[in-house]
Design a protein around this ligand. Sequence first.
Ligand code: PEP
Length: 251
Amino acid sequence: MRKPFIAGNWKLFKTIAESVALVTELAPLVATANGVEIVVAPVFTSLSCVADAIAGTEIKLAAQDCYWEEEGAFTGEVAPRLLKDAGCSHVIIGHSERRQYFGETDGTVNKKTAAALAAGLVAIVCVGETLAEREGERTFAVIESQLLGGLAGFAEADFSRIVVAYEPVWAIGTGKTASDAQAQEVHLFIRELVTRQFGQATADGLRILYGGSVKPDNVKGLMAQPDIDGALVGGASLKAESFAAIATFNV
Ligand code: PEP
């Protein structure tokens, strides 16, 4: 069965001291989590200190992005192996904010995901439609091209270290969550697409997270859907109490 997965994306919030304080407060609150994989994604500058602070806890560490080269003249970029070196086990790739503001494309998502896997990281690959795309009834077409483009060339074996996050752009940071049924419909579509492209066993094992204004009061309904295996949480992950309430949804 698929292990539930709850990840907190801290975006561009929190100093090193604030990041360490947050995980220090979070760790005892999620110690009772029931078979849930828990990941936090601070800004790059906090990664190493947060890695030290979560040592010996069940919390794992993700970066919010990476580059695809191992080293070289690429000013400002961070290679997956350096994220590993800083204590990361996971990396978020293709978040809609990176697509919207920083020119991320399905092609760069593909290269970054390949590099992340090569470095031994788990890649959390994000897809999601905008409001205009949903209203234009292009949701499934958009998800299909993002997923097939982002994951082109991967083999079934790679999927043991790939997690997909479905994040409708209109629901991120807006307080508008997709309904349980809207989210489930797209998650099922993703699983069927992965079945067609990569086989039934790969699809059955793939964890598909929902992201978009997940809060303590809506997580249970979402997690009750058969194809929703976890959540990628932005705003509500910035406070220990609300993120812990989400991560312990099944206690
Ligand atoms: C996110 O940043 O991935 C996200 C889903 O944000 P929020 O939970 O604030 O909508």
